[in-house]
Design a protein around this ligand. Structure first.
Ligand code: AHR
Length: 544
């Protein structure tokens, strides 16, 4: 059972950023509706008093002001030929003793189907700009062994290529998003790859695809015209990339019935100049612009901090850095608004997530890190920002799906665990495709050392079936909050993700150390009832 710190006086209210401008009304003296867990875990064994919860905040839900549709693709994923993401994590080969379907491991596919992954990006990342797609087609034993110069200098066996990727997408029912090689590949290579995948005319490319076992064209809705070309993808200046984009993308064509969205390489986090230049020089040669932002808590890339066993100052630093995403979406969005007021071009955050030092004893180039409650909170807050910017942001891809960075799944041999980030994405999937409902949650600050951030975050949506979903996050590691929500009427059910420590995580010996708790229904109909939001928690509520 979580312990709550004794109340101190609530700090001045501040916008939770996930809602409309704030007002500071907080109703004192209301009764907390303590949701009881089906599992026997109880958030508290007695009604909380205000002294115990310390903080009371009023959630206002603007049901009469529906916003944009929350694109389901905001819940997308990313896989790269990096470390054990693809090999081990997804691909084990048909001869493996690990149960698999045409070489793709079945346990992972089952978990991903449960997550309902809408879209999957591949093959990189930095790897994309060194990838020769022809190495990854044809009989597997004949495929060349190449060097993965970006990630660990290991041999790339090319056993997982275009057909295996498309098979994975079909097995998990996700739309494919392929990133082309602009950094070291030719226009012809890129054009032929798109033709190979999507055309149905009897050309040599199409005959080759058919000979490799795929008669009908693949559907390819998204194609990246390079990746991080300001860095690993060729160290280009923005104006040079803009010219290359014009050249390459003019040959990325629609074949047959396929309609491909050309995603241009966008900025590295705060590089607003890049967005400005690409939009002004090549705005009509792209359909979407990507943005990459990683949450790196440390002082620099050599001292990023550990994924577990961290201090409270690393906890707050991580969450504070996650908040940068909101500003990035706002400011890059403003630039897009100037060049594209009709919102033809969308913003795609095709790499995001936490990035820590690798786990001790693991290959430094494999980017393998554990995943704790802290990551779940980062994911929950970030998804709220994506919802908030739904009018411009059409897709986001968490980096990366399995065994790399902020993974939703970790594997070791034939074992698999779901991470706290997996659980948040699964809890939040109710928001996908729903209509954004604006909310306002004035939040006290959470302060540690010299860092101060809002303590509470909220996002809400209304599904096509009329269900209201409200997600709440409390980042304070010690202090619970009582949420007064006058507009949350009728029976409300919920699922809660929390744990006893800041770095609670699942590992192969303790795969259920943290998982969502289903809470039984409460009636919040009475005007003086309130909800308890424990310290360091994510709560997703469903109501009429
Ligand atoms: O996700 C890991 C790497 O981060 C990707 O390869 C690259 O695009 C980014 O720098």
């Amino acid at each position: 059972m979580p312990r709550f710190a004794l109340a101190r006086e609530a700090e001045p209210c501040r916008s939770a950023k996930a809602g409309l401008p704030t007002k500071s009304a907080v109703r004192a003296g209301s009764r907390p509706a303590v949701l009881q867990a089906h599992s026997g875990y109880a958030m508290t064994s007695h009604a909380m008093t205000e002294d115990e919860t310390g903080v009371v905040a009023e959630l206002t839900i603007f049901l009469d002001r529906p916003g944009a549709t929350i694109n389901r693709n905001l819940y997308g994923h990313f896989i790269e030929h990096l470390g054990r993401c693809i090999y081990d994590g997804l691909w084990v080969g048909e001869a493996s003793e690990i149960p698999n379907e045409r070489g793709i491991r079945s346990d992972v596919v089952r978990a991903l189907r449960q997550l309902e992954v809408p879209v999957l990006r591949w093959p990189g990342g930095c790897f994309a700009d060194q990838y020769c797609w022809r190495d990854g087609i044809g009989p597997r034993p004949d495929r060349p062994r190449t060097l993965n110069t970006h990630w660990g200098g290991v041999v790339e066996t090319n056993q997982f290529g275009t057909h295996e990727f498309m098979d994975l997408c079909e097995q998990i029912d996700a739309e494919p998003y392929v990133t082309g090689n602009l950094g070291s590949g030719t226009v012809r290579e890129m054009v032929q790859w798109v033709e190979y995948m999507t055309s149905d005319v009897d050309t040599t490319m199409v005959e080759m695809r058919r000979a490799n076992g795929r008669n009908h064209p693949f559907k390819l809705p998204y194609f990246g015209v390079g990746n991080e070309n300001w860095g690993c993808g060729g160290r280009m200046r923005a104006d040079y990339y803009a010219d290359q984009l014009r050249r390459y993308s003019s040959f990325v064509r629609n074949y047959g019935g396929n309609r491909v969205c050309r995603v241009a390489c966008g900025p590295n986090s705060v590089d607003y100049e890049w967005t400005e230049t690409v939009m002004s020089r090549a705005g009509s040669d792209l359909d979407a612009l990507s943005l990459h932002y990683y949450t790196v808590p440390g002082t620099d890339w050599n001292h990023k901090g550990a994924a577990t066993g961290f201090s409270e100052s690393e906890w707050i630093a991580t969450l504070a850095k996650a908040l940068v995403m909101d500003e990035l979406l706002t400011r890059h969005g403003e630039i897009l608004d100037r060049f594209d007021p009709d919102r033809r071009v969308s913003l795609i955050v095709d790499e995001w997530g936490t990035w820590y030092d690798v786990e001790p004893g693991t290959h430094p180039g494999f980017l393998y890190q554990q995943n704790s409650l802290r990551d779940a909170l980062v994911a929950a807050i970030t998804l709220g920002f994506f919802h908030q910017h739904s009018a411009r942001v059409s897709m986001a891809n968490l980096a990366q799906m399995v065994n790399v960075l902020q993974a939703v799944i970790l594997t070791e041999g034939d074992r698999m665990v779901l991470t706290p980030t997996y659980h948040v994405l699964e809890m939040y999937k109710c928001h996908r495709g729903a209509t954004l409902v604006p909310v306002e949650l004035p939040s006290p600050n959470y302060t540690f050392g010299s860092v101060q951030i809002p303590m509470l975050y909220a996002t809400a949506s209304r599904s096509a079936q009329g269900r209201l979903y409200v997600s709440l996050v409390n980042v304070h590691p010690h202090k619970a909050a009582r949420i007064v929500a006058p507009r949350l009427r009728g029976p409300v059910s919920g699922r809660l993700l929390t744990g006893a420590s800041m770095d609670v995580h699942n590992d192969f010996d303790h795969p259920e150390a943290i998982s969502p708790i289903a809470l039984s229904q409460v009636d919040l109909g009475s005007p003086d009832s309130s909800l308890l939001l424990p310290a360091k928690s994510v709560l997703v509520l469903e109501a009429d």
